[in-house]
Design a protein around this ligand. Structure first.
Ligand SMILES: [Fe+2]
Ligand SMILES: [Fe+2]
Length: 270
Protein backbone atom coordinates (compact mmCIF):
# COMPACT_ATOMS: atom_id res chain seq x y z
CA UNK A 1 0.00 0.00 0.00
CA UNK A 2 1.32 3.46 -0.91
CA UNK A 3 2.25 5.85 1.92
CA UNK A 4 -0.47 8.32 0.93
CA UNK A 5 -3.07 5.55 1.09
CA UNK A 6 -1.95 4.52 4.58
CA UNK A 7 -2.02 8.16 5.68
CA UNK A 8 -5.54 8.53 4.28
CA UNK A 9 -6.74 5.41 6.12
CA UNK A 10 -5.17 6.60 9.36
CA UNK A 11 -6.84 9.97 8.95
CA UNK A 12 -10.25 8.38 8.29
CA UNK A 13 -9.83 6.26 11.40
CA UNK A 14 -8.94 9.31 13.52
CA UNK A 15 -11.94 11.22 12.15
CA UNK A 16 -14.22 8.59 13.69
CA UNK A 17 -12.96 9.88 17.05
CA UNK A 18 -13.96 13.50 16.34
CA UNK A 19 -17.12 13.09 18.46
CA UNK A 20 -15.09 11.90 21.46
CA UNK A 21 -12.70 14.85 21.08
CA UNK A 22 -15.64 17.29 20.96
CA UNK A 23 -16.89 15.95 24.30
CA UNK A 24 -13.36 16.25 25.73
CA UNK A 25 -13.33 19.95 24.80
CA UNK A 26 -16.87 20.48 26.11
CA UNK A 27 -15.96 18.82 29.43
CA UNK A 28 -12.97 21.15 29.85
CA UNK A 29 -15.17 24.18 29.20
CA UNK A 30 -17.95 23.09 31.60
CA UNK A 31 -15.63 22.33 34.52
CA UNK A 32 -16.70 23.86 37.86
CA UNK A 33 -15.44 23.77 41.46
CA UNK A 34 -17.13 22.61 44.66
CA UNK A 35 -16.52 26.09 46.13
CA UNK A 36 -18.76 27.55 43.34
CA UNK A 37 -21.84 26.08 45.07
CA UNK A 38 -23.85 28.53 47.25
CA UNK A 39 -22.67 27.03 50.59
CA UNK A 40 -23.97 29.05 53.55
CA UNK A 41 -26.13 31.32 51.37
CA UNK A 42 -29.11 28.99 51.00
CA UNK A 43 -30.14 25.86 52.98
CA UNK A 44 -28.28 22.63 52.06
CA UNK A 45 -31.51 20.58 51.85
CA UNK A 46 -35.24 21.49 52.02
CA UNK A 47 -36.37 22.64 55.46
CA UNK A 48 -39.52 21.18 57.01
CA UNK A 49 -41.80 22.91 59.50
CA UNK A 50 -43.96 21.09 62.03
CA UNK A 51 -43.65 18.42 64.71
CA UNK A 52 -40.13 17.37 65.73
CA UNK A 53 -40.79 13.80 64.59
CA UNK A 54 -41.88 14.94 61.14
CA UNK A 55 -38.85 17.24 60.81
CA UNK A 56 -36.49 14.40 61.81
CA UNK A 57 -38.14 11.99 59.39
CA UNK A 58 -37.81 14.39 56.44
CA UNK A 59 -34.18 15.05 57.34
CA UNK A 60 -33.44 11.30 57.39
CA UNK A 61 -35.10 11.01 54.00
CA UNK A 62 -32.92 13.73 52.44
CA UNK A 63 -29.83 12.22 54.07
CA UNK A 64 -30.63 8.90 52.44
CA UNK A 65 -31.10 10.59 49.02
CA UNK A 66 -27.64 12.16 49.41
CA UNK A 67 -26.15 8.82 50.54
CA UNK A 68 -27.40 7.01 47.38
CA UNK A 69 -25.87 9.68 45.13
CA UNK A 70 -22.61 9.76 47.10
CA UNK A 71 -22.39 5.97 46.75
CA UNK A 72 -23.10 6.19 42.99
CA UNK A 73 -20.38 8.82 42.48
CA UNK A 74 -17.82 6.91 44.57
CA UNK A 75 -18.44 3.91 42.30
CA UNK A 76 -18.30 6.20 39.23
CA UNK A 77 -14.76 7.20 40.33
CA UNK A 78 -13.70 3.54 40.22
CA UNK A 79 -15.38 2.89 36.87
CA UNK A 80 -14.11 6.02 35.11
CA UNK A 81 -10.52 5.46 36.27
CA UNK A 82 -10.73 1.89 35.01
CA UNK A 83 -11.90 3.23 31.62
CA UNK A 84 -9.02 5.75 31.60
CA UNK A 85 -6.57 2.91 32.22
CA UNK A 86 -7.86 0.32 29.77
CA UNK A 87 -9.09 2.44 26.82
CA UNK A 88 -6.46 1.94 24.09
CA UNK A 89 -7.26 5.10 22.11
CA UNK A 90 -5.53 8.41 22.74
CA UNK A 91 -8.71 10.48 22.21
CA UNK A 92 -10.67 8.33 24.66
CA UNK A 93 -7.91 8.57 27.29
CA UNK A 94 -7.96 12.37 26.98
CA UNK A 95 -11.72 12.37 27.46
CA UNK A 96 -11.62 9.93 30.43
CA UNK A 97 -9.02 12.09 32.17
CA UNK A 98 -11.81 14.73 32.43
CA UNK A 99 -14.44 12.20 33.53
CA UNK A 100 -12.25 10.96 36.40
CA UNK A 101 -11.96 14.59 37.58
CA UNK A 102 -15.73 15.10 37.23
CA UNK A 103 -16.63 12.00 39.26
CA UNK A 104 -14.09 12.92 41.96
CA UNK A 105 -15.52 16.44 42.15
CA UNK A 106 -19.06 15.03 42.37
CA UNK A 107 -17.95 12.78 45.25
CA UNK A 108 -16.32 15.75 47.01
CA UNK A 109 -19.57 17.77 46.67
CA UNK A 110 -21.77 14.94 48.01
CA UNK A 111 -19.38 14.38 50.94
CA UNK A 112 -19.58 18.08 51.86
CA UNK A 113 -23.36 18.12 51.44
CA UNK A 114 -23.71 14.96 53.58
CA UNK A 115 -21.79 16.69 56.38
CA UNK A 116 -24.04 19.78 56.11
CA UNK A 117 -27.13 17.55 56.20
CA UNK A 118 -25.95 15.74 59.34
CA UNK A 119 -24.31 12.57 57.97
CA UNK A 120 -24.98 9.59 55.73
CA UNK A 121 -27.39 6.64 55.84
CA UNK A 122 -27.67 3.11 54.51
CA UNK A 123 -25.88 1.96 51.28
CA UNK A 124 -27.82 0.27 48.46
CA UNK A 125 -26.33 -3.27 48.29
CA UNK A 126 -27.61 -3.81 44.73
CA UNK A 127 -25.85 -0.70 43.43
CA UNK A 128 -22.55 -2.11 44.74
CA UNK A 129 -23.30 -5.40 42.97
CA UNK A 130 -24.09 -3.62 39.69
CA UNK A 131 -20.88 -1.61 39.82
CA UNK A 132 -18.84 -4.77 40.41
CA UNK A 133 -20.48 -6.48 37.45
CA UNK A 134 -19.38 -3.54 35.26
CA UNK A 135 -15.87 -3.41 36.74
CA UNK A 136 -15.48 -7.15 36.08
CA UNK A 137 -17.08 -7.11 32.60
CA UNK A 138 -14.96 -8.84 29.95
CA UNK A 139 -14.79 -6.16 27.28
CA UNK A 140 -14.44 -2.38 27.01
CA UNK A 141 -17.59 -2.36 24.83
CA UNK A 142 -19.61 -3.84 27.74
CA UNK A 143 -18.19 -1.41 30.30
CA UNK A 144 -18.84 1.71 28.17
CA UNK A 145 -22.34 0.46 27.36
CA UNK A 146 -23.33 -0.22 30.97
CA UNK A 147 -21.73 2.83 32.56
CA UNK A 148 -22.09 5.63 30.02
CA UNK A 149 -24.79 4.54 27.61
CA UNK A 150 -27.21 3.12 30.22
CA UNK A 151 -26.57 4.35 33.80
CA UNK A 152 -25.43 7.87 32.98
CA UNK A 153 -28.46 8.36 30.75
CA UNK A 154 -30.88 7.20 33.46
CA UNK A 155 -29.32 9.22 36.25
CA UNK A 156 -30.15 12.48 34.42
CA UNK A 157 -33.89 12.09 35.00
CA UNK A 158 -33.21 11.25 38.68
CA UNK A 159 -31.27 14.51 39.11
CA UNK A 160 -34.10 16.46 37.49
CA UNK A 161 -36.57 14.82 39.87
CA UNK A 162 -34.49 15.59 42.97
CA UNK A 163 -33.91 19.19 41.76
CA UNK A 164 -37.66 19.71 41.30
CA UNK A 165 -38.40 18.64 44.86
CA UNK A 166 -35.56 20.64 46.48
CA UNK A 167 -35.96 24.16 45.05
CA UNK A 168 -33.79 26.90 46.57
CA UNK A 169 -31.23 24.56 48.16
CA UNK A 170 -27.57 23.61 47.56
CA UNK A 171 -28.90 20.15 46.70
CA UNK A 172 -30.89 21.60 43.78
CA UNK A 173 -27.86 23.56 42.52
CA UNK A 174 -25.69 20.43 42.67
CA UNK A 175 -28.28 18.30 40.85
CA UNK A 176 -28.48 20.90 38.05
CA UNK A 177 -24.69 20.79 37.60
CA UNK A 178 -24.70 17.00 37.58
CA UNK A 179 -27.45 16.97 34.93
CA UNK A 180 -25.07 18.85 32.60
CA UNK A 181 -22.00 16.75 33.53
CA UNK A 182 -23.74 13.42 33.10
CA UNK A 183 -25.21 14.67 29.82
CA UNK A 184 -21.60 15.06 28.64
CA UNK A 185 -20.58 11.66 30.10
CA UNK A 186 -23.47 9.97 28.30
CA UNK A 187 -22.83 11.80 25.01
CA UNK A 188 -19.14 10.92 25.08
CA UNK A 189 -19.98 7.29 25.83
CA UNK A 190 -22.38 7.12 22.89
CA UNK A 191 -19.73 8.61 20.58
CA UNK A 192 -17.01 6.20 21.77
CA UNK A 193 -19.27 3.14 21.81
CA UNK A 194 -20.14 3.85 18.15
CA UNK A 195 -16.44 3.79 17.24
CA UNK A 196 -15.83 0.63 19.30
CA UNK A 197 -18.79 -1.25 17.80
CA UNK A 198 -17.80 -0.31 14.24
CA UNK A 199 -14.86 -2.63 14.47
CA UNK A 200 -16.40 -5.19 16.85
CA UNK A 201 -17.07 -8.82 15.91
CA UNK A 202 -20.54 -10.37 16.02
CA UNK A 203 -19.37 -12.35 19.05
CA UNK A 204 -18.39 -9.18 20.97
CA UNK A 205 -21.76 -7.59 20.19
CA UNK A 206 -23.62 -10.72 21.29
CA UNK A 207 -21.67 -10.96 24.55
CA UNK A 208 -22.60 -7.31 25.25
CA UNK A 209 -26.31 -8.19 24.97
CA UNK A 210 -25.77 -11.36 27.07
CA UNK A 211 -24.04 -9.30 29.78
CA UNK A 212 -26.98 -6.85 29.80
CA UNK A 213 -29.37 -9.77 30.27
CA UNK A 214 -27.33 -11.04 33.23
CA UNK A 215 -27.39 -7.58 34.78
CA UNK A 216 -31.14 -6.95 34.52
CA UNK A 217 -32.40 -8.89 37.58
CA UNK A 218 -29.98 -6.97 39.85
CA UNK A 219 -30.95 -3.70 38.15
CA UNK A 220 -34.61 -4.42 38.99
CA UNK A 221 -33.73 -5.04 42.66
CA UNK A 222 -31.73 -1.80 42.72
CA UNK A 223 -34.60 0.18 41.16
CA UNK A 224 -37.13 -1.09 43.71
CA UNK A 225 -34.84 -1.00 46.77
CA UNK A 226 -35.49 1.58 49.50
CA UNK A 227 -33.44 2.23 52.66
CA UNK A 228 -35.42 2.05 55.88
CA UNK A 229 -35.49 5.88 56.05
CA UNK A 230 -37.51 5.91 52.84
CA UNK A 231 -39.41 2.64 53.32
CA UNK A 232 -42.63 4.57 54.04
CA UNK A 233 -42.31 6.30 50.67
CA UNK A 234 -41.22 3.08 49.00
CA UNK A 235 -44.53 1.40 49.75
CA UNK A 236 -46.54 4.40 48.58
CA UNK A 237 -44.45 4.72 45.44
CA UNK A 238 -44.25 1.09 44.36
CA UNK A 239 -46.50 1.64 41.33
CA UNK A 240 -44.60 4.77 40.28
CA UNK A 241 -41.27 2.95 40.75
CA UNK A 242 -42.45 0.01 38.65
CA UNK A 243 -43.63 2.36 35.90
CA UNK A 244 -40.32 4.23 35.95
CA UNK A 245 -38.40 0.94 35.85
CA UNK A 246 -40.32 -0.08 32.71
CA UNK A 247 -39.52 3.29 31.10
CA UNK A 248 -35.82 2.95 32.04
CA UNK A 249 -35.57 -0.51 30.50
CA UNK A 250 -37.33 0.69 27.34
CA UNK A 251 -34.78 3.53 27.07
CA UNK A 252 -31.95 0.98 27.44
CA UNK A 253 -33.36 -1.12 24.61
CA UNK A 254 -33.77 1.96 22.36
CA UNK A 255 -30.18 3.08 23.05
CA UNK A 256 -28.87 -0.40 22.20
CA UNK A 257 -30.89 -0.38 18.98
CA UNK A 258 -29.55 3.05 18.02
CA UNK A 259 -26.03 1.59 18.35
CA UNK A 260 -26.96 -1.15 15.89
CA UNK A 261 -27.15 -3.94 18.49
CA UNK A 262 -29.50 -6.86 18.02
CA UNK A 263 -31.87 -6.66 21.00
CA UNK A 264 -34.22 -9.45 19.92
CA UNK A 265 -33.16 -11.70 22.80
CA UNK A 266 -33.12 -9.10 25.59
CA UNK A 267 -35.21 -10.67 28.36
CA UNK A 268 -37.05 -7.84 30.08
CA UNK A 269 -38.11 -8.91 33.61
CA UNK A 270 -41.86 -9.32 34.02
FE1 LIG B 1 -21.03 11.73 38.74
FE1 LIG C 1 -21.03 10.55 35.48
Amino acid sequence: MATTEIKFEEQMEREAYAGVVRFYELAKKQEWQVRDLPWGEIPPIPETKGAAQKVARRRDMWRSVITQQLQADELACEMSSQLLNIAPDHEAKLYYSTMVQDESRHTEAWLKLATEAGGTGERDPYLDQLAHMTLEADTLEEKVFQMQVFYERLIISRFRLIARSSRGTVLEDLCNRLTTDDGIHHGAGMAYERVLLQGASKKTKQSLVDAANRLLPTFVKHALWRPKERAFIGRAMLNRDTERLKEDLAIGVRLAQSLGLDVSDVELPA
